[in-house]
Design a protein around this ligand. Sequence first.
Ligand code: PLP
Length: 465
Amino acid sequence: MPSLKVKEKPRKSPAQSLPKTDSLAAKDKRYLWHPFTQMRDWQEEDILIIEKGDGVYLEDIHGKKYLDGVSSLWCNVHGHRVPEIDKAVSDQLKKIAHSTFLGLSNVPAIELAEKLIRIAPRGLTRVFYSDSGSSAVEVALKMAFQYWRQRGFPKKSKFVKLTQSYHGDTLGSVSVGGIELFHQIYGPLLFETYSAPAPYRYRWPSGDNPQKVMEESLAEMEKVLSLHKDEVAALIMEPLMQGAAGMIDQPAGYISRARELTKRYNTLLIFDEVATGFGRTGKMFASDHEKVTPDLMTVAKGITGGYLPLAATLATEEIYEAFLGPYSEFKAFFHGHTYTANPLAARAACASLELFEKNRILEKLPAKVEFLKQNLRNFYHLPIVGDIRQAGLMVGIELVKNKKTKEAYGWEEKIGIRVIQKAREKGAILRPLGPVIVLMPPLAMEKKELKELLDITYESIQETV
Ligand SMILES: *Cc1c(COP(=O)(O)O)cnc(C)c1O
């Protein structure tokens, strides 16, 4: 009997009939939804697909190399394909990739916790793991909130943040963020907070004298803390440099003064060191510059050297102890993710911290930081460079239409995006924050490569004018 079935040609998507590299781009555009991306524009773009990395370079599927100028979004430390970290992860793979941390423990996570406490600001004694900076911030907020309830001050439930701040994308971390656009969109879902002004020197209303900016901004912070002292659970801020806010640096002395104020008004201090941690600002943690110990500290990005997703919230013993009690009182901290304390990630983090010592990363930083600083001075010759802010290997170059009046570029002019597109053609991957060009080289980047990055950035700004 003849089959009634019509013989179907094997189904082939248009993408599959293209050469491999084109077909990857087509499949990306067919199946994916990228973060913080207008996908309609993405469809029109020539997209870059990374296949490999080596040292401080990334390589796309066509074999073209690019300097990793923002440390793969601020997390890479020692470069890519680092033999010691590769080995640590692959050795761990031979043991186990993952087991749960709820009700069980694991070897790398224990070893990492000890290492973290050893390098953390003195007084931080406990490590609570999670898997992204946003989660680490959520954890810190919940801990601060629950701490006061369990200490008998349930009214202390509000948070104070700095304006323009960024602490992640989950609803709690957006609530304590100050990026206006996100609040416009997600506002109805967010909880209420109080704000203290970021010490944004370049655009401070009464002029850019650092001492004056510091005194005036701290006076505002004090006003908020004193006015609401009975209801504030914690002040949350990035120490030294507000990264995603547009690289807003803080005057020397600011973080110790913030610590004093939080003590005076009996509120906790949360330092979000997700971006500033692990050598980024020139010391292991930004807190170390003024030897300040916060009550809670969040870390993520650089913790695994940029290998795997891992985060942690560090707490003092005093906070930790407020969560102890008879089981029946339900004082435990109710939070935990499926991949909390993932052994592969923890192993990568241990290897990264060992490399800090072995390669004397922190000792080598001052020379690199100074080199950047010296070379960045030239950038003021460019007609659109308004301000340059730097903390260690964390740099923001603010572009303006008019240097005298500090007139800002409109968002529709896409000034930052135009500059980084030029940089890409020249072989460096950058990512701007609006009109602020960010440089965040891996800590392992040598002077020669730093120079290359600076040259490409300089030329890209020059040619965009
Ligand atoms: C990136 C960042 C976060 C969010 O971390 P994710 O891992 O992206 O969730 C939080 N705080 C600061 C300061 C950051 O820079």
